[in-house]
Design a protein around this ligand. Structure first.
Ligand code: ATP
Ligand code: MG
Length: 572
């Protein structure tokens, strides 16, 4: 599915930086951006906050926050003091030490960021949990990681089964007047009285940083451990992919409960000293456009599911807002449909830049950087210093245009250190000849662009042809009636598998057999006969993870009457 390519917009971006980079880039050189390059002693919280607070950016706004009645801003100097206070509370009241797992389970608020960075200042490993997790999901993660402490709000307390978690010693509660009983600690009370200075724990490059549980799209979430050294990649990609510059106002819409919300909601932007906008509350098209306008957001990092929902809200709505401050828009998390890119051109006058990476890679790997010509539907090319390939199941590299395993050569700085408590799982990511296998299926074209096809397990074999679900789904959402589509292979005695599409319609369309046929014909004409879904089922909503990914394994399980597996990350 090739569309006309969209040229890069020259002059708008750090073209020179980038061009020089590709020719001579090496991760070791990138380390020279950090003072620890000489000493070897580092701490992410120092590099993201204190370094700026001690220099020219001390009075620069680090964080704008808005939710309900709260409307606040904090400079880097204030952030330094407030994160010091949080570190003091955690250390004095919870006896937190280097390497302890400290979980954070609360809605987005400044206190979330103070306590997360405060925990990092002590050298703790932070485990961020999305606020919508229910008791079972919380228990699994605290148990698996043997967490010592959790920071939460009164509303979420009942979802923490403290009696079943012998390792969990402290629950810090961020609220008004908390009853203290030896386990529960009134975070705000101690925070008010805590000292503004703190002596940071200096760490080594392979000391722990964050423990992220994956999204659960393909199965039970895995606890992915990242280490301090990851900052090299966070920094360099924030510079060259997010293209962050001194005057930018940056908005990453991801919650820190997912890796995008830490790597690019906290670490990347603040390593470069950028100003970040953080908003609480639920998604609504009006509120999102309002945020872009109100803060004059210049760089915006979001996800296909959000763009599709904005697209669904119609083009009249977006015209009511002044979005002229925007200069760079990016996407991650799921394949970005060409239709969405076209729509972005129309309403934002910007190309949406797709980036591919995963919790395990810790940072962006294959990207449409600003200076690259975009081929809609392609994830772009490997970041300088990243070596990627398409390999077969034995690890042999495949030639151009052949679909296979998207693999990476070990050695990028933000690569996971291990899967917590599961060394065997960690080992299973590597082929005998060393390739890290992503679990995604893709091909590379003659010019080195990568094209995502689907999860390896979701690739469909129909009448001897391999079909990636993404291609079919993208064609489906081009049809004016289709809001979202999830495609699976359904076993068939004659064809091996047939393609079945689950479709959520846009408002105003009726689910009729004629429409099914029209949609089928649309794929047949636009893509190919063998890729046209033999079966179509309309659904009010598709099953999704809380981070907004379509759960094809759940569609398949429903269809085939199989067990659905771990649903801890599924939306209500
Ligand atoms: P789990 O590993 O628990 O099954 P998950 O793989 O969805 O869940 P994440 O690490 O959050 O967990 O997501 C990484 C995956 O998301 C990638 O392997 C890929 O399938 C998909 N993905 C991310 N970005 C893109 C993109 N730009 N294009 C296509 N797919 C993407
Ligand atoms: Mg995964």
């Amino acid at each position: 599915m090739k569309l006309e390519a969209l040229p890069s917009i020259k002059g708008k971006y750090n073209m020179e930086d980038y061009n020089e980079a590709v020719s001579s880039f090496d991760w070791k050189e990138a380390e020279k951006n950090f003072s620890w390059h000489e000493t070897g002693k580092m701490n992410m919280a120092y590099e993201t906050i204190d370094r700026h607070a001690e220099g020219d950016r001390k009075n620069k706004v680090a964080l704008y926050y808005k939710d309900g009645s709260r409307n606040e801003k904090y400079t880097f100097r204030e952030m330094k003091e407030l994160t010091n206070k949080a570190a003091n509370v955690l250390k004095s009241q919870g006896d937190i030490e280097k390497g302890d797992r400290v979980f954070i389970f609360m809605p987005r608020s400044p206190e979330l960021y103070f306590s997360l960075l405060g925990a990092l200042k002590i050298g703790a490993i932070v485990g961020p949990l999305f606020e919508a997790f229910m008791e079972g999901a919380v228990r699994d993660r605290l148990e698996d990681s043997e967490a010592k402490a959790i920071i939460t709000t009164p509303e979420l307390l009942e979802r923490i089964p403290v009696n079943e978690l012998p390792q969990l010693e402290h629950i810090f509660v961020v609220g008004d007047k908390v009853e203290e009983d030896g386990v529960h600690i009134d975070f705000m009370k101690h925070f008010a009285n805590a000292s503004r200075s703190f002596s940071i724990e200096w760490l080594e490059r392979d000391d722990g940083l964050v423990l992220h549980y994956t999204s659960g799209s393909t199965g039970k979430p895995k606890g992915v451990l990242h280490v301090q050294e990851a900052m090299v990649q966070h920094y360099q990609t924030a510079k060259w992919v997010l293209d962050l510059r001194e005057d930018d106002v940056y908005w990453c819409t991801a919650d820190p409960g997912w890796v995008t919300g830490t790597s690019y909601g906290i670490f990347g932007p603040w390593l470069t000293g950028a100003t970040s906008v953080i908003v609480g509350g639920r998604f609504s098209p009006e509120a999102w456009y309002q945020t872009l306008e109100e803060y004059g957001v210049t760089v915006w990092y979001s996800a296909p599911t959000a763009f599709r929902m904005l697209m669904g809200a119609g083009d009249e709505l977006v015209k009511k807002y002044d979005l002229s401050s925007l200069r760079h828009v990016l996407s991650v998390g799921e394949p970005l449909n060409p239709e969405v890119i076209r729509w972005g051109m129309k309403v934002f006058h910007h190309r949406i830049h797709d980036t591919w990476w995963m919790t395990e890679t810790g940072g962006q790997m294959i990207c449409n950087y600003p200076t690259l010509e975009i081929r809609p539907g392609s994830m772009g090319k490997p970041f300088p210093g990243v070596e990627a390939a398409i390999v077969d199941d034995q690890g042999n590299e495949l030639p151009a245009n052949r679909m296979g395993n998207l693999a990476l050569k070990k050695g990028w700085p933000s690569m996971m250190n291990t899967i917590w408590n599961n060394e065997q799982k960690y080992e299973s990511y590597f082929m005998p000849n060393g390739w890290y296998v992503s679990g995604d299926s893709a091909y590379k074209d003659e010019d080195g662009y990568y094209w995502f096809q689907g999860r390896i397990d979701d690739v469909i074999m129909t009448s001897g042809e391999r079909v990636g679900p993404f291609e079919v789904e993208s064609k489906l959402v081009e049809h004016p009636s289709v809001a979202e589509a999830g495609v699976i292979g359904k076993p068939d005695p004659v064809r091996g598998e047939i393609i079945k599409a689950f479709i959520a319609l846009r408002e105003g369309y009726e689910a009729t057999d004629e429409l099914k046929e029209e949609i089928r014909q649309h794929v047949k004409k636009g893509l190919s006969a063998h890729a046209a879904p033999r079966e179509i089922e309309f659904k009010d909503k598709l099953p999704k993870t809380r981070s907004g990914k379509i759960m094809r394994r759940v569609l398949k399980a429903w269809e085939l009457d199989l067990p659905t597996g771990d649903l801890s990350t599924m939306e209500e």
